[in-house]
Design a protein around this ligand. Sequence first.
Ligand code: MG
Length: 420
Amino acid sequence: MMQLRWGSATDVGMVRDINQDNLLVAEPLFAVADGMGGHQGGEVASATALEILERTFRESATKEELLEAVRRANAKVWDRAQLDDNLHGMGTTLTAAAVFSLEDGGEVVAVVNIGDSRTYLLRDGELIQLTTDHSFVEEMVRAGEISAEEAESHPKRNILTRALGVEPTVEPQVEEMTPRPGDRLLLCSDGLIRELNDNQIAAHLRKLKDPDEAAKELVAQAKAHGGHDNITVVIVDFDVESEDVTVHIDVPSKDDKRKGTNAQADYGRGNKIRPSAPRGRNPVTLRVIVFIFAVVALVGVGMMSVVWYARSSYFVGLEGEQLVIYQGRPEPVLWYEATIVQRTNVLTSDVLPSALPTLRDGALQSSLQQAQTYVENLKSEADEARGEQPSDVPTTTPTTALTTTPPNESTSTTTTTAVP
Ligand code: MG
């Protein structure tokens, strides 16, 4: 599984008295909920929804269970609102992302959404909105009645067309995407979007590599722009190369001992250590030699890991008009570049045009054989589409970079998001 790093921040903002937003970070499940309803209703709705979501998902972390968890959260919020007059009419938005391992060794991110909180993907520096707002103005924009700019200041921009807990059942929007190393997900409530436009959000996400720092900075920026609503941000990074590698050594300095701080606990949180040589003694002690040896060994293991990681996969890409199989990864891993291991006799004109964007990016495969099968499938898929009898190749559908969940019910709004 790709390594995940995440950060989060939430704030009441500059105008409201209470924070009705809530967030959940429970790897591999992340969510933001923005509650609504008078008295304490909003807070209760968003907190209840996330609690049920997490508990149900933990029982069985599958894609199906994620949708079931959303439905149960909806039912729980609805039930509580019916039983308690003070909570009557409460509801919440929900945007959630969960990472799943696939049988072929790959991974997929499922995103569910109800209401006008949002999940974005930052890929190659570009910000892509994965969710669609369930709001009155968004539907007017889609119908061509108002522009996106007009929607931002429209008096009815707060009216939601779908929310969790306001009816006995709910159908979330469901998206799926294949994560790539370096991808960054942003989950946020509308308190962020109301103050910062997509370009401003993207600029801060590109600038700050640490997810926690980036989350806090976005919240601070939203407050600086007015903070008219509660603001909540969750950021999830996929396989980022760490720029701040800390060597963990269990050697508390004298200063730490004197202050009575628990140096070991600090190490556990990845804080930087200031190893200090004891004063008045020869600094080249056995401890120093062991330390140097450990660092050299760590560097060696690190370099071997990079080579192993880089060589452990294959991808199908293009060399001119020809489909070729590379060993390595589409994005170079440090100094290690992918090498061509096989040139196929398949040309871009032999496959469907829809396959070309994936091929230009490089279609990642776990083995050489899988890469060969992928090429054969692309070819036979195109042959079939052209009405020709496919040659003697398997007829399974090739793994593409994006998949779509079949709708569970006819009212489901499952869609495929085009991710470049
Ligand atoms: Mg809000």
